[in-house]
Write a protein that binds this ligand. Structure first.
Ligand code: KG4
Ligand code: ZN
Length: 347
């Protein structure tokens, strides 16, 4: 395997990121990974504001690329190829990243490789742990929620996913509704520690329906109703109420994810006939201790190895984009200056 040095660029949501990566023994060697988050810019709005995100990406992309090169202790001329997220995502940010990558590719006269952001997440376990195809992947974050059978760099079979909101979005909305702050996931998890998960009977939607599809928007509505009822009965909401709401919400989300994961394991075995199957999880919501605990148990019961790459490579980063780009490059794919930024791009 020749030692390609690849630059990855990511700007599809609220993180501007650049990374330098090589390959050794079938996995990624991450020479640098720079992530510049924008939580502070969006916190006041309780969610990502696309226009603010796009402007911040434009300001930060060059700096992130420069820092990635400096951290990797290489020079620009040592870069052999440039990989960039070309979608799906917030279009202003994606365009900024694609333009930056095209400029570098043209200036350095090196290949340009457009990467699907979801493929970046889905191939992360190969970068971090060198696992073989096929494997089952659960992507669960603020923007995504789906089960994928990852069969090759080109072949991803979607086994199911959310039909409305992603769970991270529901965590963020819950935190906003209860005035906990942003991003909501870790704050809801913390508040839930002191709460009673059985106090509120929140829905576990679609459990009666076959398959691995999920729904989280009803959960959000149920939470709002429960809060409104407490407020109208007691004139306000106590710290204990908040904790109980968070714990009940978190348990409902965890139960739904766990049951659907159990079904996804069966569907994956049907499809792949894998002998020693692995399920990998990625995305911010996989950081949740209660959810992760349930998923590990489900995996164990189904005879699957459970793999959770280090958190910094599970949330948005550019190393995963560089890795996916490298796998595509090694498989003979590259793009030219017509590479388009795509707001929607199913795998
Ligand atoms: O993967 P990620 O960093 O970005 C994308 O959405 O692509 O995921 C961020 C999401 C946010 O919605 C955040 O609230 C959620 O992951 N999250 C969590 C936890 N930590 C982050 N949700 C539940 N529990 C957590 N501990
Ligand atoms: Zn992502």
């Amino acid at each position: 395997e020749q030692n390609t040095t690849i630059l990855g660029i990511e700007s599809s949501c609220d993180d501007t990121a650049a990374a330098i990566l090589q390959q050794s023994n079938g996995k990624g060697v991450i020479l640098s990974s720079v992530v510049s988050g924008q939580e502070d810019l969006h916190a006041a709005f309780g969610g990502v504001v696309p226009e603010i995100a796009a402007r911040a990406h434009v300001e930060r992309l060059d700096l992130c690329v420069e820092k990635a090169i400096a951290d990797a202790q290489i020079s620009l001329s040592e870069i052999d190829a440039i990989a960039v997220t070309a979608g799906p995502g917030l279009i202003g940010g994606v365009i900024s990243g694609v333009m930056c990558a095209k400029g570098l590719a043209a200036g350095l006269n090196k290949p340009l490789i457009g990467v699907n952001h979801l493929a970046g997440h889905a191939l992360t376990p190969r970068m971090t742990d060198g696992i073989a195809y096929p494997y089952l992947m659960l992507l669960v974050s603020g923007g995504h929620c789906q089960f994928l059978a990852v069969q090759s760099v080109e072949k991803f079979t979607r086994l199911g996913g959310t039909i409305d909101d992603a769970p991270g979005e529901a965590f963020d909305k819950t935190a906003k509704l209860l005035a906990l702050g942003y991003p909501g996931g870790p704050l809801v998890e913390k508040a839930a520690l002191a709460g009673d998960p059985a106090r509120f009977k929140f829905p576990r939607p679609l459990l009666d329906r076959a398959g691995c599809d999920m729904s989280f928007s009803g959960l959000k509505t149920a939470l709002r109703r429960a809060r409104d009822q407490i407020v109208s009965e007691k004139g306000g909401i106590s710290k204990q109420d908040r904790s109980d709401l968070c714990a009940s919400f978190q348990m409902a989300a965890a139960d739904t994810l766990a049951e659907k994961t159990r079904r996804a394991c069966l569907a994956f075995l049907d499809l792949s006939k894998a002998h020693s199957p692995t399920i990998a999880v990625a995305g911010g919501v996989a950081a949740n201790g209660v959810i992760r605990g349930k998923l590990e148990q489900v995996a164990k019961d189904a005879g699957f190895d459970f793999l959770a790459p280090p958190m910094k490579y599970c949330t948005d980063n550019a190393a995963m984009i560089a890795w996916a780009g490298l796998e595509r490059f090694n498989a003979g794919y590259s793009d030219d200056m017509t590479l388009a930024a795509r707001p929607r791009w199913p795998l």
